[in-house]
Design a binder for this molecule. Structure first.
Ligand code: SAM
Length: 237
């Protein structure tokens, strides 16, 4: 697993509060869930629990799931809730429990093999009640590959300076995959530390994700575009 969710989990937690707008994300999911009368939810790839705290505060019957122990440690310590489990999304084993399963923060990008996607969506299917709702966001392949540029981010969090230099390389071995090399330079109270991280991510075309949904017995309800990403809303059939 990428270092970003293990040795660098606390860096992720601090950094992404300035990368993602979690209030906006919560409102987005909240309106979809309310519209579909979903109260009992599973968040897959819940990370350090930035959405979890908002779901719990707003009365959802919530369970968060993530592969990374370090990310869950942060979620548990900050939220003081036992609503989290460590599990690989490829081995979900709930039985028709949830009104909705959300896979958030483009976590599905870490599944680079077709079979892993099929196994995960089938596990989600088994975990949902009849007509249950699957909501997940993905990187959009055209958006990513049309504008395939290195980038740099500079973030300040409580006097800590986090600089990330990202370099992208086309991989294309198992779909619209690309290698993301990231160098982190962290300045904290005069001390500077550096880390390097390499991971492979997968983007999807809208056509191919619709085929994955068809193969795992989901009916597409809506696709919502968001720049280089999009969100899928689908119903269990
Ligand atoms: C970009 S983070 C998103 C975290 C959180 N949703 C957020 O918005 O901050 C991706 C998350 O997916 C998790 N993840 C990656 N592969 C996974 C897998 N196979 N099963 C479960 N979680 C996984 C990582 O540990 C990480 O917490």
């Amino acid at each position: 697993m990428t270092q970003l969710y293990t040795t660098l989990a606390s860096v992720y937690h601090e950094m992404y509060q300035h990368v993602f707008d979690y209030d906006k994300e919560f409102s987005f999911y909240d309106s979809i869930l309310k519209k579909n009368n979903c109260k009992k939810i599973l968040e897959v790839g819940c990370g350090s629990g930035m959405l979890a705290r908002r779901f719990l505060k707003n009365g959802y019957d919530y369970l968060g799931l993530d592969l990374s122990r370090e990310m869950l440690d942060i979620a548990r310590s900050e939220i003081n809730s036992d609503s989290f489990i460590q599990c690989d999304m490829r081995s979900l084993s709930f039985d028709q429990q949830f009104d909705s399963v959300l896979i958030t923060g483009r976590s599905i990008a870490y599944l680079t093999e077709n079979l892993d996607i099929i196994i995960t969506l089938s596990g989600v299917h088994n975990s949902l009640k009849d007509n249950g709702l699957l909501v997940f966001d993905l990187f959009e392949a055209n958006g990513i590959f049309d504008n395939f540029n290195d980038f740099e981010q500079n973030i300040e969090h409580n006097n800590k300076k986090i600089r990330r230099i990202s370099k992208l390389k086309k991989n294309l071995k198992t779909g619209w995959t690309y290698d993301w090399y990231a160098k982190y330079i962290i300045e904290d109270d005069g001390n500077v530390s550096e880390f390097e991280d390499l991971t492979t991510l997968r983007a999807f075309t809208k056509d191919e994700i619709q085929l994955f949904l068809k193969l795992t017995d989901f009916k597409l309800k809506e696709i919502i575009d968001a720049g280089k990403a999009f969100t899928i809303i689908a119903e269990k059939i």
